[in-house]
Write a protein that binds this ligand. Structure first.
Ligand SMILES: Nc1ncnc2c1ncn2[C@@H]1O[C@H](COP(=O)(O)OP(=O)(O)OP(=O)(O)O)[C@@H](O)[C@H]1O
Length: 373
């Protein structure tokens, strides 16, 4: 059984519609109910700031600070983390909003937000992700990379370095500076990073596929997962060969890329393909309800994999998860979430929808930026 990581306290200052709120928690799941616009998703977003990145809304920091506040916001959390008790503080001061948020661990400034993953993993499912299968490939790629990140924290750095190298190559090509030594240097770096990124994605999907194959049946369909759009014929080729393949593709496509104004081949063009296994149908052709169920199945499988691989069950943020499920499916979902062994935060407008959780959850009512017990 994976170790449980859980929040024991959360305090928000000038965060979205919260001026100043504190919440004391035990290790059970957290159910937040309240009217539309009361602040439920905002609270989940605050918890998502306990992981690297821009949180579950991919927010611009300036939008997070409460309208009307003097400037800046903060999120403080105490948690029982992977390495024991830890106090996490993150936020920005008024004048820093453009530069990125600060992070303190036990009162000491952290070197980078990646250090958060030493203490916990936070995963989420929100209604904004409902269009994942029908929308553009960049959303699926971002989704895929977040899945990888929870198992392989170095993936974020690799992807950022790859993007940076690609941007410098694009700049050189667009300026017509075909300096072979310079371009080759960048392309070697892109090949190394790009193949490492592709390999990390593939490895995560292989692990997830194996986990799904050995899981017992649930009311949520099994997703079949694959990648396309970058070195699709790679098969079991060794890394060094793949790097050389990609490097020579880059070299040969300099003029084509210069004309296109972008790099046409690379892991930044890959796509996550999802199929509904039982129906043998692409996810984008499934009904809205089936797509949601597939996504739930995928997130739960990934949460389990994260627990298995890291030894720590993730904190799971499930926004409006119960809304469209019948009573039986809702109860089954709660059992599956509980079996993951972690602390989950769930939101909805109606407390009665969560009654099947019983004593497994602590309940709060959210009202106009206030939290009532
Ligand atoms: N920076 C901000 N300052 C003040 N209020 C904000 C800020 N950003 C968002 N809000 C407000 O916060 C309110 C609560 O939003 P939130 O998305 O948390 O609601 P919710 O309870 O999840 O509602 P729903 O059930 O409709 O999803 C919204 O009315 C929104 O306008």
């Amino acid at each position: 059984m994976a170790q449980k990581t859980y929040l024991t306290r959360l305090k928000l200052t000038d965060f979205r519609n919260y001026a100043d709120v504190g919440l004391s928690l035990d290790d059970r799941h957290v159910v937040l109910t309240g009217d539309n616009g009361s602040g439920k998703t905002n609270l989940l977003e605050a918890v998502s700031f306990l992981s690297p990145g821009r949180g579950l809304r991919r927010a611009v920091l300036a939008d997070v600070t409460r309208v009307g506040a003097a400037g800046g916001f903060s999120v403080f959390a105490n948690l029982e983390g992977r390495e024991g008790e830890v106090a996490i503080g993150t936020g920005v001061e008024a004048q820093e909003e453009a530069t990125g948020r600060r992070l303190r661990l036990n009162g000491t400034p952290a070197k980078s937000v990646e250090e958060l993953t030493d203490h916990l993993n936070v995963l989420w499912l929100t209604p904004a992700m409902d269009g994942l299968f029908t929308g553009g490939s960049s959303d699926r790629r971002r989704f895929l990379d977040r899945l990888v990140l929870s198992l392989d924290p170095a993936h974020g750095r690799r992807a950022a370095d790859y993007e940076r190298a690609m941007r410098s190559r694009n700049r050189l090509l667009s300026e017509g500076r075909f300096d072979p030594a310079w371009l080759t240097g960048i392309e070697v770096q892109m090949a190394e990073l790009g193949i490492a990124m592709a390999a990390a994605r593939r490895e995560m999907l292989d692990l997830l596929t194996a986990l799904i194959a050995r899981s017992s049946e649930t009311p949520f369909p099994s997703p079949d997962l694959s990648l396309s759009g970058f070195l699709d014929e790679a098969g079991g080729k060794p890394f060094a060969e793949l790097e050389e393949d990609y490097r020579s593709i880059l070299q040969e496509s300099r003029h084509r890329d210069a004309a296109a104004g972008r790099t046409l081949v690379g892991p930044h063009r890959a796509d996550l393909l999802v199929r509904h296994r039982e129906k043998n149908m692409e996810a984008e052709r499934c009904s809205t309800g089936e797509q949601k169920a597939l996504l739930v199945g995928l997130i739960l499988a990934h949460a389990r994999l994260t627990g298995d691989m890291t030894g720590c069950a993730p904190v799971l943020l499930l926004d409006e998860i119960a809304a469209h499920l019948d009573e039986g499916r809702r109860a089954a979902l709660f059992d599956l979430v509980h079996d993951l062994g972690g602390q989950s935060f769930m939101t909805g407008t109606d407390r009665a929808m969560f009654s099947a959780l019983g004593e497994r959850a602590q309940f709060f009512t959210v009202s106009q930026g206030k939290i009532l017990g």
